[in-house]
Design a protein around this ligand. Structure first.
Ligand code: 0RA
Length: 641
């Protein structure tokens, strides 16, 4: 009787498992977002998240991720190890359940206090389903166990394979080439996320190794200062106005709250918020609570200490200027909302964060009067500058016609009026601008030539930004306003394509433009409106045959292609030093024709990384900028992930 029952339960479970896995393999995008490089990287995050959960529960202090050749990845932790005992109703080992059951994730016990990371929280079974093979090894109760799967289906039973030293879990998997359209892990992308996780989980040691090449790479991340160290990292080369970082942890029924912040001499705001280790790009209730508390606490302190001149008051923007801040909350049942599901909706979190920040920030200001003075001084300067800027802007608006609807004279506009169909090329230099104007399809392509270097907005306040001719031309051409007045609905083009020379100056101008969009019209980047044109580096021609090459390797290939046999005589190679060397026809065929061109979409994959990049590039320090420009190709690729 019992045996038969067990048998039928087992069979129906198997059917469930197969159905579940089939769903995952049929629609992988539903579970991991995409099957391109982003989804590929997501597999690693999903496995690591299980180890992080174990760390958050207090049982794991080390996580190692290794990339082997062929994109095989191993994640090892020293947690308790996934349970191996037979589940009372399902009749299989716990680890097998975790590996084959959707949404089972790591933990089965819903009642225990548990917050879980993972963007979708889909669990390791999804990784299993999307792996050509996966092997899990558990060390528990002095023994070592192992089980293997292929495309999510077990190929061995859980076997005891030896004795354990300690406890923990090791998962090794090979992403299935039948599923993923792009293979090849990017060490930097994984490394950035693991570093972020190490900052967010104070004291946890995370190691990442790349064993794919001769010269192996390894990074070790461990931050005993948690978010305080994160703020130092994000601040980068900006100069702080007070030494001690504001830092606190608070435990409230609604949420666990951790916050670190510091003011610097810069003008930008760099606030990053996280919920259960997930970056909340779109903000939400925790951010609202933080902002409210910040404005109130700083104003209260200044008023109580009679620092204000009569009827002075600091706005939210004033108290956030030059602020680097990281807020991390851990919530039991987070509700994610918004376009990209990165906005926290839980209303109870707002009050909890607000109260905690009020309490700890006012204590900090009371206990650190020197820092408090520096903070208030900084905010007051911001308020005074903002007031001066408002006056200057009103004046500039009246004079310049920023809002008058008059388009800049240098703009060669397109004839179609529907923004969804049109694009604008921002072109470096008047001569390339001229070629682009002649070569374009004027029905949907507009050209705005920009001359010389545009203003570095990282170092300038809004009044100076708005008085810069090149910037004003861009703002009026795009037509959607700037900063607080920015409204993406009013954008006159849905593609804004940056076209600069393929040299160091071109890279610099491109970076200045990206900084400008990132700081002043961020939504343009977030909505995927900003692109980078890819002009060819070489023209290879022989007789009437003509080819273009976008890299040195391609050039060599094209040389072989146009020369018959080994005879390379008569093959000419022209290296384009600038866009201006191409005639209108060539520019169209290689760089502007939608049927032939490649353009890279700029995305803010990691706002934290981007912030640091922009600061390093645009701040006062020359060295990081030089270093950056040298490895610029990689930067563009990262933005494009
Ligand atoms: C379920 C229960 C317990 C631990 C885990 C899962 C667990 C899962 C993973 C996945 C990767 N590393 C992991 N470490 C632990 C708790 C078991 C107990 O009570 O001892």
């Amino acid at each position: 009787m019992a045996a038969t029952d067990r048998g039928s339960e087992y069979t129906s479970r198997q059917i469930q498992v197969l159905k579940g896995l089939e769903a995952v393999r049929k629609r992988p995008g539903m579970y991991i977002g995409s099957t391109s490089t982003r989804g590929l990287h997501h597999l690693v995050y999903e496995v690591v998240d299980n180890s992080i959960d174990e760390a958050m529960a207090g049982f794991c202090t080390n996580v190692h991720a290794t990339i082997h050749p062929d994109d095989i990845v191993t994640v090892v932790d020293d947690g308790r190890g996934v349970p191996v005992d037979i589940h009372p109703t399902e009749g299989v080992p716990g680890v097998e359940l975790a590996m084959t059951t959707l949404h089972a994730g790591g933990k089965f016990d819903k009642s225990s206090y548990k917050v879980s990371g993972g963007l979708h929280g889909v669990g390791v079974s999804v990784v299993n389903a999307l792996s050509e093979w996966l092997e899990v090894e558990v060390q528990r109760d002095g023994k070592r166990y192992r089980q293997r799967y292929a495309r999510g289906i077990k190929v061995t039973e859980l076997e005891e394979v030896g004795t354990a030293d300690g406890t923990g879990t090791r998962v090794t998997f090979k992403p299935d080439p039948e599923i993923f359209t792009v293979l090849g892990y990017d060490f930097d992308v994984l490394s950035d996320r693991l570093r972020e996780l190490a900052f967010l989980n104070r004291g946890l040691k995370i190691v990442i190794r790349d064993e794919r090449t001769e010269d192996e790479r390894e990074e070790v991340y461990k931050y005993d200062g948690g978010l305080a160290e994160f703020v130092t990292f994000l601040r980068g080369s900006r100069v702080p106005v007070h030494d001690n970082i504001v830092y606190f942890e608070a435990s409230r029924p609604e949420a666990e709250i951790e916050l670190a912040m510091q003011y610097d001499e810069g003008f930008s705001e760099n606030t990053h918020t996280f919920v259960n280790n997930i970056s909340t790009h779109e903000g939400g209730t925790h951010l609202t609570g933080l902002k409210a508390a910040l404005t109130r606490t700083v104003n209260d302190y200044a008023r109580r200490n009679k620092i204000f001149k009569k009827d002075e008051v600091l706005s939210g923007d004033d108290v956030r200027e030059g602020l680097t801040c990281v807020l991390s909350v851990k919530v039991m049942e987070p509700q994610f909302e918004g376009q990209t599901k990165t906005k926290l909706g839980n209303s109870e979190v707002r009050g909890a964060v607000e109260a905690a920040v009020n309490e700890h920030l006012s204590a900090f200001l009371e206990e650190n009067p020197k820092s408090a003075k520096a903070v208030i001084e900084k905010s007051l300067q911001a308020a005074r500058a903002r007031e001066a800027a408002r006056k200057a802007r009103d004046l500039a608006r009246k004079k310049s016609g920023l809002e008058s609807g008059v388009l800049p004279g240098k703009l060669a506009d397109c004839s179609i009026a529907d923004p969804a169909l049109t694009e604008i090329y921002l072109v470096e230099g008047d001569s390339a601008g001229g070629s682009a104007k002649q070569g374009r399809d004027r029905s949907f392509q507009a050209i705005l030539p920009l001359k010389g270097k545009i203003l570095n907005v990282e170092k300038a306040r809004i009044d100076r930004i708005l008085s810069n001719d090149e910037i004003r031309a861009m703002v009026t051409a795009i037509g959607a306003g700037i900063r607080d007045d920015f409204d993406i609905e009013r954008a006159r083009y849905h593609k804004i394509i940056i076209m600069t020379d393929a040299d160091v100056d071109g890279a610099h101008i491109r970076t200045l433009l990206l900084t400008f969009f990132f700081r002043q019209m961020r939504e343009l980047i977030e909505e995927g409106y900003v692109y980078i044109a890819q002009p060819p580096l070489y023209r290879v021609h022989k007789g009437k045959t003509e080819r273009y090459a976008f890299s040195d390797e391609e050039r060599d290939r094209e040389v072989n292609a146009v020369s018959n046999g080994k005879d390379k005589k008569g093959v000419m190679i022209q290296r384009y030093k600038g866009l201006g060397e191409m005639n209108p026809e060539q520019l169209w065929r290689t760089t502007m024709d939608p049927d032939a061109r490649t353009i890279l979409r700029v995305t803010v994959e990691s706002a934290t990384a981007a912030d640091r990049i922009f600061t390093e590039l645009m701040g006062d320090e020359v060295e990081p900028r030089r270093a950056f420009i040298e490895k610029n190709a990689k930067y563009v690729r990262n933005l494009d992930v």
